[in-house]
Design a protein around this ligand. Structure first.
Ligand SMILES: [Zn+2]
Length: 329
């Protein structure tokens, strides 16, 4: 966690959970949380959970937040959902460390004074209840919920996890057949492009995407094992595709002189590859195919990995109303 922020939080008596990159506490009677971005210590998200008190009419909270964005240097954006204020801070420029924490502090002071002056009340972000509030961390983001809203959220999460478990690796045999069929499509495209005289490696992109899609269609869903299998099949099928292309070329040249079938030509490819020029060209095609495969597949594989990612985690961080964090009493 960013040192200066930690120091500030400890000085103010806030709670610091260094491992989670989380700070929370109360200012002017209002509970807030600060979450550090897991990637950079120069980015933080601040949350407050408030709603209008029925007794008082509140001038637009959103308008106030807009003013704040203009005023505080490192406050990039701020919004209000009706129960939850979200403010994003980011330290930009070489000198950001100088005034970053004072800027965070100034915003916290200002927003909590505003909440206080307008008699806003702490509330559940889901149903707006003012009682029995706890701070939870769900999928590493903060949520203030009442107990009953949390238990229904937790139920949904549990169901999701159970479904995910049930799916497991899906039907692997079906998946392999799917990936093979998909990669055959890729082979056809590869050969067609080669026949047209273009760099056939472009088809590497088609190959991997078809293999992944094929696995998903026949295997039920794309598991991590499925991703690895699809990639392995595609890598091999590139070699097959290139051999078919060269085989066709050999066949076309020799069919007029000898009585050979395409399969004879296909089998003879390895011996023709001893020819340095041909070898270089073939290796060039294959390398290009692999590079484009990697480029094209990167997004798809990352997305697929995200979809199979670990089941969501949820935990209670602290009770907000019981520990006097609420401003409702
Ligand atoms: Zn609720």
């Amino acid at each position: 966690m960013y040192k200066k922020l930690k120091q500030y939080a400890l000085n103010q008596g806030f709670t610091v959970e260094e491992k989670e990159g989380l700070v929370y506490g109360r200012m002017n009677g209002f509970f807030f949380s600060i979450h550090q971005d897991p990637v950079t210590m120069a980015r933080h998200t601040v949350h407050l959970w408030v709603k209008e008190n029925h007794m008082t009419a509140v001038p637009g909270i959103s308008d106030f937040l807009n003013q704040c964005t203009g005023k505080h240097q490192y406050l990039q954006s701020a919004s209000y959902s009706g129960t939850k204020i979200t403010a994003d801070f980011q330290g930009l420029g070489l000198q950001w460390q100088k005034k970053y924490v004072p800027c965070l502090d100034a915003f916290l002071q200002e927003i909590t004074s505003y909440c206080n002056a307008n008699q806003l009340v702490s509330c559940c972000q889901s149903c707006g209840s003012e009682y029995d509030l706890n701070l939870y961390q769900i999928d590493s983001s903060e949520h203030m919920l009442c107990s009953s809203c949390y238990s229904s959220t937790a139920d949904t999460l549990r169901q999701k996890t159970a479904q995910q478990k049930q799916k497991g690796n899906g039907n692997i045999v079906g998946g392999i057949v799917g990936a093979l069929l998909g990669s055959v499509l890729g082979v056809i495209v590869w050969v067609l492009i080669y026949q047209l005289g273009y760099i056939s490696g472009i088809a590497g992109l088609v190959m991997i995407i078809c293999a992944l899609k094929g696995y998903e269609l026949l295997g039920g869903h794309l598991s991590k094992a499925g991703i690895i299998i699809s990639c392995a099949i595609s890598l091999i099928m590139v070699l097959v595709a290139e051999q078919v292309c060269v085989g066709i070329e050999i066949y076309n040249v020799y069919k007029d002189y000898y009585e050979i079938s395409f399969f004879d030509a296909f089998r003879s490819v390895p011996s023709f590859l001893e020819e340095p020029d041909l070898k270089t060209a073939v290796i060039g095609d294959i390398v290009m195919g692999y590079i484009l495969m990697a480029v094209g597949a990167w997004g798809t594989i990352r997305q697929a990995y995200k979809n199979v990612a670990v089941s969501p985690k949820a935990r209670m961080v602290t009770s907000v109303t019981a520990s006097n964090y609420g401003a409702n009493e």
